[in-house]
Design a binder for this molecule. Sequence first.
Ligand SMILES: O=P(O)(O)OC[C@H]1O[C@](O)(CO)[C@@H](O)[C@@H]1O
Ligand SMILES: O=C[C@H](O)[C@H](O)COP(=O)(O)O
Length: 935
Amino acid sequence: MTSSLKNLGAAGQAVWLDFVDRKILNEGGLRKLVEEDGLTGVTSNPSIFEKAMGHGDAYDEGFRSYLGKADASVTDTYESQAIADIKAAAADLRPVYDRLGGWDGYVSLEVSPYVANDTKETIGEARRLWDMVAEPNLMVKVPGTPAGIPAIRQLIEDGLNINVTLLFSLAAYQAVAEAYMAGLEARVKKGEAISRIASVASFFVSRIDAQIDKTIDARVREGDPESEALNAIRGQVAIANAKLAYAWFQEMLASDRWQALAARGAMPQRLLWASTGVKDPAYPVTLYIDSLIGPDTVNTMPPGTMDAFRDHGTALATLTDNLDKALHVLAETERLGLKLGDVTTGLVEAGVTLFADAADVLLGAVAGKRAAFLGRRQNGMEVKLPAGLQEAVDKRLETARAEAWSRRLWKGDGSLWTGKDEGKWLGWLAAASGQQVDSGTLKMFGEEAKGFKDAVLLGMGGSSLGPEVFARILGSAEGSPTLHVLDTTDPGQIETVAAAIDPANTLFIVSSKSGSTMEPELLRAYFYEAASRDGSHFVAVTDPGSKLEQTAKADGFAHIFAGDPAIGGRYSVLSAFGMVPAAAMGIDIQDFYEKTQPMVFACGADSPPAANPGVRLGVIIGEAAINGRDKLTILASKGLEPFGAWLEQLLAESTGKKGKGIIPVDLEPAGPPEVYGSDRLFVHLHLEGDAEDGLDSKLAQLKQAGHPLIRITVASRDLIGQEFFRWEIATAIASAIIGINPFDQPDVEDAKIATRKLVDAYEASSALEPEIAIAEDADLAIYTAGESGFGSGDPANLLRLHFARLEPGHYAGFLGFIERDEANAAAMAAMRVAVRATKAVATVAGFGPRFLHSTGQAYKGGPASGLFLTITRDPHPDLSIPGRKASFGTIQIAQARGDMAVLVARGRPVLRVHIKKDGGGIEALRAAVIAATQN
Ligand SMILES: O=P(O)(O)OC[C@H]1O[C@](O)(CO)[C@@H](O)[C@@H]1O
Ligand SMILES: O=C[C@H](O)[C@H](O)COP(=O)(O)O
């Protein structure tokens, strides 16, 4: 007996399968349908692939073998499998295509729903898929949205087979038919053949009834006086609508315009009935098959519908029956105010959203598979949050998905932040794949650098903190120079480096994006003299056209490496600013980027928020911040400890402004749960193989006590690039939640101005503006800026009063304009622990002027919860600066005073404690602070 499905073919209607998956292809199910049921085509869409690939393990083997060759983006991973399926289906249908001379035998693959509202991108996507599949019996599916229609015209002109999808209204279908004819006519005009171009117009059926029926049911439930009339058209509108489309198709075929094309061999664009699986289980399963049978049409059926029709369907031509009834149903639809026009417009938009939602689920699942198959090649992240925060995070992740944050970030859509110029500052995205530097040139530079024993990097903030991570986490390769980083005006620290090197055997890397930052400029002048003015020992890293570039040219620097002006300093580590010093250290740049790439892919535009390690982290830290957990506390295992200083700048300078933001807490010794307030979010950075020296048990206690904890694992040091990128993405996303521009630093400039004023006055008068201590003893002198409110007293008492102002949710900052060495760092840590132990507040510490170019932004512009102790001392011995009256020591004191003045102007409580030359030094201060916190 002939299959009922085959009988449809005899009635002129092609039977297509609205489904594809690996199983039906591998097990020969599709071939069987072709052979036994006369199947002549296959359609897919994002929901179909989501069902196929988004669950279970049917594609695992495919993923494993694809990713085994090389890492790839989420989209490429998905497409590797989808294209394989489409090609397999095309092969199964190829005999049909050949037998019917191209009239039928097609498989459809849909362009990404994400581009449905963009003509240019749709054209690009369609051409890309066409080339990738490279089978003559492919149809690329393009939505018939207003933006899709011109794309369809162009693609037909290009000679692609197009399945126009998401058609709901007669008007949209007419526009599509017009585009098809115009595309063919354009080819004719160019003398190109049109006889092998196939197209179908996919007219959606069941979704219309589902929508209209819902309104009908609601109105009937509410006792609408027209209930009877409403019920009379229930389940009939979609079919009536389709019948009228077919009537118009027939008219169109008779038109002179079409006839002229037909005479040149054009194939009609057949109407394809899509969405033909019933959505209301009360309807007969074959409803949208039975009523729409007619010549030159296609019906694409889900497997269940196909089985039902095979089982009990009757292939009677019904499409042109009862046209009057169809007209009546549509007239009633209008009369009853069901507004079919609005419904169909809404369905197009909803259709795009529905497919985009499905694509999100699909790509999210593929991203998860990808990460699993990459294993330790991609750094891991585990998260444990308290229920309330977890709920807020989940909600935000869903918003971020629905609002396409991953894609908008990569597109540079400023409306994700404050709608200013944020989109112009995203050069770091491309830089992470090595696109900002030439690794060949850097390799040669690395070879040259081997001629030096040491390398000294002179820079601040973004220009120094990344290189310091390379120096301390990766270290120099055998035979390459040791990298020292100098980001200070502290004479002791400069002297320490100067004493450790031989200028004749040292490479100096002067690094400044703006090329006008004071500290690297002073350091350059100092070491240029020390190196006997031999420019060949110097290289510059700077943005094109900067003052430093001019100096470097004038002084005959060996190289000038250009940065990208579309990258801000703190986002520059994966550009020349990190890579030049890394190359000097003998790090293989190409290999470094390759090792970083898995995270770049994982954080891609195509990786939906919940599956995107950077976006997800950003959502967590952003939500935590706006819910009172704004002290992001970094607890790193030994091997990753140096990463914290880089991260501090990124987070603080990006988010800390307009009274909002995240206060990063780095290098605060880990303590028991009770010393931490509810304003903390902990981030544990773990390098595999590092002994945790008691950190593990502390972390377990924190978790136990319900503190939120993010644990990031890095399998090996050379994967540190992944963390740079993950945190850059996270910071940008957190900033979107906090509601600020992550790429400016509006409060840094004020301290610079205040400092400049003091230094200029010094240059004129050879003295800093005098100041009077409000309290003094043998060890310490206390200064304030403006009105302290304390009157005078002894230092111990003032320190006690100062710290007594701390309340829960505050943080205490220790700002040391002193040498950054072990002894000072240990003393600052001890003071922090003492304050935290008694006040249960977070504590931060910075060495000046380094922190001014980093966390200083947040201390001034961020949440108004900081209380500060500025620490200075008489620089001894001091160092003079070539061509200047002011010494490094004088400048450092001026910087401390300038910063303090601005903090005070911003209403932050600050005391400055000056360590006297002949007193007990930093130890005396440590003792005084500990004593002050204890009574
Ligand atoms: O690289 P540059 O232009 O010298 O800037 C150094 C640092 O100074 C700052 O501009 C702050 O003053 C940072 O944002 C930056 O990383
Ligand atoms: O081309 C086929 C369409 O994408 C499909 O028929 C849509 O069906 P649905 O409305 O059941 O999702």
